[in-house]
Design a protein around this ligand. Structure first.
Ligand SMILES: Nc1ncnc2c1ncn2[C@@H]1O[C@H](COP(=O)(O)OP(=O)(O)OP(=O)(O)O)[C@@H](O)[C@H]1O
Length: 268
C-alpha cells in the first residue's frame, strides 16, 4: 500500500540531501514467525571480536534492515550468518533449524543468498549468462527460462541489457542484475549489502520497489544492510548497530525516521 504521508531523508552517514516524497506502510506480521533468529552472537576475525553478543530476528516473509555507521560490524554480522566469518559463540536458527557456523555452500543449499556490495557480477560475461549462472541448480531449461522472464518483468532494464557484458553496466543496472541473479534460485532469505550505494534517487526507487515486489511475490525474506534510511519505509524490522552491538531494535521501522535515537546511534 502506498501512502503519501511524509518525506524521507537520505543517507545519514553520507549526507542528508535526498528527499523521497512518499512512504509505504509495511504489512504487520505475526511476531513469532521468524525466518532467521540470532541469539547472543559473537563473531570476528582471529581473536578479534567484532560483533559483541547481538540478538535479532528476520520475520518470515519480512524485510529487516540493519543500519549503522562505517565499521560498526554490519558486514561482519552478515558474514557470520553464512559461514564467511568465524562465530565465537551464540546461535543462528534459520527456518527452524540450527545453522550456527554453517558453510557458505550449506547456507546457499538451505536457501540463503548473499548479494554483496556492488553486486559482484561476472564482468566478462553477459547479463544473460550471469542470470543463467545464478540458476545453476535449476536443471529444467524451461524453468530456467521462465525465471529469467520473471526477472525481466521485475526489472525491464535487465531485459534490455541481456546481451551486454556485465562489466559495462551502470551501477544501477548492475544492482538490478545482482538482485535478479540472486532470485534465480528462489531463495528463502536474501542478504543484501548496500543495494542503494551510489544510486540516483529514481534508480534507488526502482530497486526499492523491486525488493518490495520480490518480497511479496515470492515470500522471500530480506535482510538489508544500508546507510540510506529510506529503506525503513519498506521494512518490518530494523536494527541500528554501533560498535558491534545493537543500539536500537525497532518493530516499527518507519518511526525511526523521526527518532533522535537514530542520529545519536550514528554520531552520538
Ligand atoms: N577480514 C577482516 N579481517 C580483520 N578485520 C576485519 C575484516 N573485515 C572487517 N574487519 C574489521 O571489522 C570491523 C567492522 O567491519 P565491517 O565491515 O563489519 O563494518 P560495517 O559496519 O560493515 O562497515 P561499512 O558500513 O563501512 O561497510 C572494522 O574495524 C574492520 O576493520
Amino acid at each position: 500500500m502506498f501512502a503519501a504521508t511524509q518525506t524521507c531523508s537520505g543517507s545519514i552517514s553520507r549526507g542528508r540531501t535526498m528527499t523521497i516524497t512518499y512512504c509505504r506502510r509495511p504489512q504487520p506480521l505475526p511476531k513469532e514467525q521468524f525466518m532467521l533468529e540470532v541469539r547472543d552472537l559473537r563473531a570476528g576475525y582471529g581473536k578479534r571480536e567484532i560483533v559483541h553478543g547481538v540478538s535479532m530476528t528476520v520475520p518470515t516473509n519480512g524485510i529487516a534492515t540493519l543500519l549503522g555507521h562505517n565499521g560498526a560490524g554490519k558486514s561482519t554480522l552478515l558474514g557470520a550468518l553464512i559461514g564467511k566469518v568465524n562465530v565465537m559463540s551464540g546461535s543462528v536458527t534459520f527456518d527452524g533449524e540450527d545453522i550456527t557456523s554453517t558453510s557458505i555452500a550449506d547456507a546457499v543449499r538451505r536457501g540463503i543468498v548473499l548479494v554483496p556490495e556492488k553486486g559482484r557480477l561476472f564482468r566478462n560475461f553477459t547479463v544473460e549468462r550471469n542470470l543463467l549462472l545464478g540458476g545453476y541448480t535449476v536443471k529444467n531449461p524451461a524453468e530456467l527460462r521462465r525465471r529469467i522472464d520473471e526477472a525481466v518483468q521485475v526489472f525491464p532494464r535487465v531485459g534490455e541489457r541481456m546481451k551486454q557484458l556485465a562489466g559495462t553496466l551502470s551501477g544501477g543496472e548492475r544492482q538490478m542484475v545482482a538482485i535478479a541473479r540472486a532470485m534465480m534460485l528462489r531463495p528463502k532469505l536474501v542478504l543484501l549489502e548496500e543495494p542503494f550505494l551510489g544510486l540516483a534517487p529514481q534508480v534507488m526507487q526502482i530497486v526499492m520497489d523491486a525488493i518490495e515486489l520480490l518480497n511479496k511475490r515470492y515470500q522471500t525474506a530480506f535482510l538489508v544492510v544500508e546507510h540510506n534510511v529510506c529503506i525503513l519505509n519498506i521494512s518490518s524490522k530494523a536494527y541500528v548497530m554501533k560498535l558491534g552491538e545493537f543500539a536500537i531494535s525497532e518493530d516499527n521501522p518507519r518511526s525511526l525516521l523521526n527518532d533522535e535515537r537514530l542520529e545519536q546511534a550514528y554520531v552520538g
